[in-house]
Design a protein around this ligand. Sequence first.
Ligand code: HEC
Length: 211
Amino acid sequence: MKKIIIAASVLALSLPAAFAIAGEASNEALQKLIASSWKDPNSKNPKGAKPDWASRLTQDGLQKSCSTTRNSPDNATAERIKADAKASIVYPEDGKFLGDWKSGEKIAQNGRGLRYNDKVDAASGGNCYACHQIDKAELAYGTIGPSLASYGKLHDFTDAANKATYEKIYNSHAAIACSNMPRFGTQGILSIQQIKDVTALLMSKDSPVNK
Ligand code: HEC
């Protein structure tokens, strides 16, 4: 009982402090608060973030340009962001953009990855359904991104569209400077083979997405 009372009073003390910081809208204070929760994943919190994850709290150039301009950088900056993103794309060695759509479907459904409790060697998923409708048979999907149902059909299954889709998934900022979609290839979230597999899910004639 004593413990619970102590815990409750600690909460009562720390919550208003956190709200006050957010209320002041001091970006610097907010960044400090966030960073402090990541900095020291020590014994008190054995499930805390790994030290190398702390780097993810620091925005890279692209993120800075997009957040300081509320996603409207000037033209020259936008063009530079797109060119840098394009240059980061690594293409499949065999020149084929379509992998196995069945594996792609599993990747699109899988929201695991980049989390504390992931198995160390497990491949990450793409979590595509969190933001997109893809297969019309799937009932649960998010709407941050456009529907990708019938994607290949709508793009006439062309080779150019296969390549553009691979590029979009590898680094979406090559197409839209301040895209809201994760950079799956450039950030090492998905492998080249996994990106080929989700490209196939969208673009393959056999995929249920295009039935
Ligand atoms: C966090 C949300 C989010 C996730 C996760 C996400 N996307 Fe997107 N995606 C978007 C948004 C938003 C757009 C719209 C344009 C933009 O901002 O880049 C988009 C656009 C696209 C487009 C271009 C659509 C068009 O008609 O031009 C494709 C293709 C695409 N996403 C595929 C995928 C695939 C495949 C995955 C999973 C590997 C995925 N997305 C995961 C948010 C997301």
